[in-house]
Design a protein around this ligand. Structure first.
Ligand SMILES: *Cc1c(COP(=O)(O)O)cnc(C)c1O
Length: 475
């Protein structure tokens, strides 16, 4: 990583600054081209980036702090919420908010649930253990206790009766996923929501990942079970527009069944000599850029466009899953959305991920959790469709290389060392370079992280990130 002085003594010409930025971006993983199976969502549509960038530029300096000063932003937000409600089983009572991302939508869903029950002193959140980490973050930020319900490690399914049994008088929210991020599986929303409703508890469906594709997959004939606001008992649902709505980063929608459920999400403060602050979401000042970019993206792609993209994505997902399933010792998680997740009993998946990366394919290895084995996650988007053949042959080569490489063997005693050496030293031992550069092969690091308990993994990675986040020094 290159460091420059972000505040040079003399400002630089715009062209030079952009050249520097492009050079830095060249060191990132490729956001387009269907070779990165996480983080990015690429429809592979020519011209879409330019449209979104132009829309972003038009509204970048508009401030969402006060919608009466900038009615364009209020209008676009209402349009986006309306579109999400239309797609996700809303009706004339549905309301919502545009947020900066899935995590913010989830924090607000938990906040609304918590503050909707001021009578409960020690509020709790119930969710399957496969629910997204952002819900755990929401619970931690808001001091809501977390009750995770295990899934069957063989099927990765939660038993709705176990969710129902976890609800206590202190439960303010039950959450579930449609689909889960890690494995792309849709929780049994109907019985979970029914149990929540019977207990008088809110139920949030985290459809951040797949909320924009599941309705289209259903229209294409996939057997998508009911998961949205059409299900009795579902009180809120979240969908990220910066995922399968293919908007640039920074936009998600949180829908509530009605105004009354949304009310405790708001924050108002008039008890100071400045302007009365009234905020629906976490940020107060916020840019209109991402909202305008998302609005332009939806208007341009349209319902027919999203249907066509879902068809392409479905084909790509099927083909990738078939390619993986052909490999001996590999088990593919049943495909319910646009994720391909797989496990292997014969190949070290961390070595495989390195071998794929060496061939230009960037996958997301997932650590074991309790009885749930380690896996590889692939988020599939439409841009993957033209790459399937290439992927299939590179996968076969990567598997062969991983087999001959064999599994990573950790040096004796390394696990005992973990708690004893400072993280700087550990990072150096593992070959983590200055400024966060990762070594070419990270399987040894992943193997180590996979071997330790989640709490140790958290500590190590938090310490490592904090090591990376050091201010650039004046050159
Ligand atoms: C991505 C994701 C989130 C978190 O969203 P961010 O936009 O990364 O904050 C939450 N839940 C699910 C299911 C997701 O896929």
């Amino acid at each position: 990583m290159r460091h420059v002085n972000a505040l040079p003594e003399r400002g630089l010409p715009a062209q030079d600054v952009l050249a520097e930025l492009r050079e830095m971006r060249g060191g990132d993983l490729p956001t387009h081209g269907g070779r990165l199976f996480a983080y990015v969502y690429d429809p592979g549509l020519a011209g879409l980036d330019d449209l979104a960038a132009a829309a972003h530029a038009i509204s970048a300096h508009v401030n969402g702090l006060d919608p009466t000063a900038f009615p364009s932003l209020l209008a676009m937000e209402n349009d986006l919420v309306g579109a999400a409600a239309q797609l996700l089983g809303g009706d004339e009572r549905t309301v919502g908010s545009v947020t900066g991302g899935g995590t913010e939508s989830l924090i607000l869903a938990v906040k609304a649930a918590r503050d909707g029950r001021p009578d409960i002193a020690a509020p709790r959140l119930v969710m399957p253990v496969t629910a997204h980490a952002a819900l755990a973050k929401a619970a931690a930020y808001l001091r809501v206790a977390l009750d995770t319900v295990p899934v069957d490690p063989a099927t990765l399914r939660v038993d709705p009766a176990a969710v129902a049994a976890a609800i206590t008088p202190d439960t303010v929210l039950v959450a579930c996923s449609a689909p889960s991020y890690a494995h792309g599986l849709i929780d049994p929303v109907e019985p979970i929501a029914a149990a929540a409703r019977a207990a008088g508890v809110r139920c949030h469906v985290d459809a951040c990942f797949g909320g924009w594709t599941l309705p289209y997959l259903r229209r294409l004939g996939e057997p998508v079970p009911p998961f949205d606001l059409s299900v009795p008992g579902v009180t809120s649902i979240s969908v990220d527009l910066h995922k399968y709505a293919y908007a640039p980063k920074g936009v998600s929608v949180l829908l509530h069944r009605d105004e009354q459920l949304r009310a405790p999400q708001y924050f108002g403060y008039a008890d100071w000599p400045g302007y009365t602050m009234v905020n629906p979401v976490i940020s107060s000042t916020r840019s209109g850029g991402p909202i305008a970019a998302a609005w332009a993206t939806l208007r341009h792609i349209g319902d027919d466009g999203y249907l066509a993209l879902a068809a392409r994505t479905r084909e790509a997902t099927r083909a990738i899953a078939d390619a993986v399933a052909k490999i001996e010792d590999f088990a593919v998680v049943p495909r319910e959305s646009t994720v391909v997740a797989f496990m292997s009993c014969g190949v070290d998946l961390f070595v495989l991920a390195d071998e794929l990366a060496a061939r230009g394919w960037h996958t997301q290895p997932q650590f074991r959790h309790g009885e749930i084995p380690a896996s590889v996650h692939l988020t599939v988007t439409a841009a993957v469709a033209p790459r399937v053949g290439e992927f299939e042959s590179d996968l076969a080569a990567a598997v062969a290389a991983a087999r001959s490489h064999g599994p990573v063997e950790l040096p004796d005693g390394i696990l005992e060392l973990l708690g004893q050496v400072p993280v700087e030293q550990l990072a150096a031992t593992l070959g983590l370079g200055e400024g966060g550069a990762l070594p070419q092969r990270i399987a040894p690091i992943n193997t180590l992280l996979n071997a330790v308990d989640p709490a140790v993994r958290e500590q190590l990675l938090v310490a490592f990130l904090s090591l990376l986040q050091r201010p650039s020094r004046r050159p």
